[in-house]
Design a protein. Structure first.
Length: 126
């Protein structure tokens, strides 16, 4: 009778250890998925900030060029033409920035999904 109780206790302990290991694995995968998502967000934010900086530098250079062109303007028609050019450039820059932000957002979502799936073993983390 004692060997049977001992065997039952060992089996219960083995099952309990196995189940606790499985339960601890789920939160661990969830934490890893959150860490991966945060890493992706940081990388993409850095990329977007770098692009915004590049755009700002280019805009400053063009603005300085336009100030020079404005001082060289001789007629009201020259000023109106320059203002039209500035407006067109502003709209193009805005549309370009919106397009790039959309591209980065799509890349961010795809990369986050890919990394989370790889952490979860092809399943969504719960």
């Amino acid at each position: 009778m004692l060997p049977r109780i001992s065997a039952n206790s060992r089996e219960a302990l083995r099952r309990m250890t196995q189940e606790s290991s499985q339960l601890l694995g789920v939160p661990s995968r969830n934490i890893e998925a959150v860490v991966q998502s945060s890493t992706i967000m940081t990388e993409m934010t850095q990329c977007i900030c770098e692009e915004c900086g590049d755009i700002a530098r280019a805009r400053i250079e063009r603005g300085l060029d336009r100030i020079g062109a404005m001082t060289r303007s001789r007629t009201p028609q020259d000023i109106v033409a320059l203002q039209s050019e500035i407006l067109r450039d502003n709209i193009e820059t805005f549309l370009s920035l919106v397009r790039k932000a959309g591209e980065h957002s799509t890349r961010l979502a795809d990369e986050a999904r890919r990394r989370v799936e790889s952490v979860g073993g092809g399943r969504q983390a719960t």
